[in-house]
Design a protein around this ligand. Structure first.
Ligand code: SF4
Length: 212
């Protein structure tokens, strides 16, 4: 899928925190595409490694999700119906009233807290194999409810640079820490050619790397 690029957005003074899609593309359920934010482009919780309880998917045992929402907004995406809607009350405080219908129009980057990330990495590393899925490969998936490689919208060019630099840093740092402090595997699931920027890291993960 062609990644969204900053030129597709413009700040609309009358909506304050809303950005409008210039290309007139329709939203997930025919809603006219209004791209939110972002005076608040950061989700309040940090990005951590968490168990995902996947069964019979042969994907991973753990997830690392850098954001709530996804700027790619694929029409077939299962995430809004099984995950994002659970966050509806909290998403409302970010201006998202219908997480499913507005899927693709919001992407809120989680914060980075290295101490908490390392604690979550230790939790994953120390999880007994008896508690892991038979087909999970002791892997961490980047990502299961968003995409690690996307361009985040924001209300100004300055903020957009800030949030996208932070996303870039967060993904690289997490990959480095997993490589250097664990025996976990990494699976990258992405729709974006932006992943090319981390090919050097993928190579350094050697046998721990799975793609998909
Ligand atoms: S890239 Fe993945 S998470 Fe994002 S909308 Fe598409 S299917 Fe969903």
């Amino acid at each position: 899928m062609t990644p969204l690029i900053p030129d597709l957005y413009s700040f609309t003074e009358d909506h304050g925190t809303l950005l409008e899609r210039k290309n007139g593309k329709k939203g997930r359920h025919g809603v006219i595409g209004v791209v939110h934010r972002e005076e608040k482009p950061f989700w309040s919780h940090p990005a951590l490694i968490t168990p995902n309880n996947f069964k019979y998917k042969s994907l991973s045992d753990f997830s690392f999700n850098i954001a709530v929402g996804c700027a790619h907004g694929c029409l077939f995406c299962y995430v809004p119906s099984v995950s994002a809607t659970k966050l509806k009350p909290k998403l409302a405080s970010y201006g998202v009233t219908d997480p499913d219908a507005e899927w693709g129009n919001y992407a809120l980057l989680r914060t980075w807290d290295e101490r908490k990330f390392l604690a979550s990495l230790r939790m994953a590393e120390n999880t007994p194999s008896s508690e892991l899925s038979l087909d999970g490969n002791q892997a961490v998936i980047f990502c299961s409810t968003t995409d690690a490689y996307q361009l985040f919208p924001a209300a100004s060019a300055e903020q957009r640079n800030r949030v996208n630099d932070q996303a870039k840093f967060m993904v690289r740092r997490a990959l480095e820490l997993i490589r250097d402090h664990s025996t976990l595997r990494v699976r990258v699931l992405t729709r974006s050619p932006l992943a090319k920027r981390d090919f050097d890291l993928f190579r350094s993960l050697v046998t721990a790397f799975c793609s998909g």
